[in-house]
Design a protein around this ligand. Structure first.
Ligand SMILES: [Cu+2]
Length: 167
């Protein structure tokens, strides 16, 4: 009888112990699962944060691009052949060489008015005269005669001079 009781007690204890083990095991699994869920939540929130930052960056960049485009269009563009840009209160190129019969086109890229006037500052010779050119304004003149043709801007005579060489 004693042996049986002991066995029953042993079985009871063992089963009891297993039950505790199972409870602990399940509890541990629940804790681990919760941790995983939290990690996933963190990952999701991190991913959404990264996505948000990327989106903001892209939007910001495109805004910057739009902002700089208008700036570069007026500042960085270089004149083509037989073309002179008036920018930063100067003729660019300052001296241009063409063959006889070529038409040269000036474009004012500045936000202030300029003129393309043949001659030297204070001494216009009347070969060509653009009058006031505002931003985006153009003036064209065809050079049929060989020679060196100095010109200047009547509104900035002290600094704005250029030369057309016709060969
Ligand atoms: Cu000028």
């Amino acid at each position: 009888m004693l042996v049986r009781r002991e066995i029953i007690l042993m079985i009871y204890l063992l089963s009891n112990f297993n039950w505790i083990k199972t409870v602990i095991h399940i509890s541990m699994k629940i804790i681990l699962l919760k941790r995983k869920v939290n990690q996933m939540k963190n990952k999701i929130s991190f991913l959404s944060l990264v996505t948000l930052l990327l989106f903001a960056g892209i939007t910001g960049c495109s805004k910057n691009d739009y902002g700089t485009n208008s700036y570069t269009n007026s500042m960085v563009n270089t004149p083509g052949a037989n073309e002179v840009f008036i920018q930063n209160i100067a003729f660019s190129p300052q001296s241009i060489t063409v063959t006889a019969g070529t038409t040269i086109k000036w474009t004012n890229k500045d936000n202030v008015a300029h003129t393309v006037s043949s001659g030297t500052p204070g001494s216009p010779n009347g070969i060509f005269e653009s009058g006031n050119l505002n931003n985006g304004g153009t003036f064209s003149f065809t050079f049929n005669t060989r020679g060196t043709f100095p010109y200047y801007c009547k509104l900035h005579q002290d600094t704005m001079t250029g030369t057309v060489v016709v060969q």
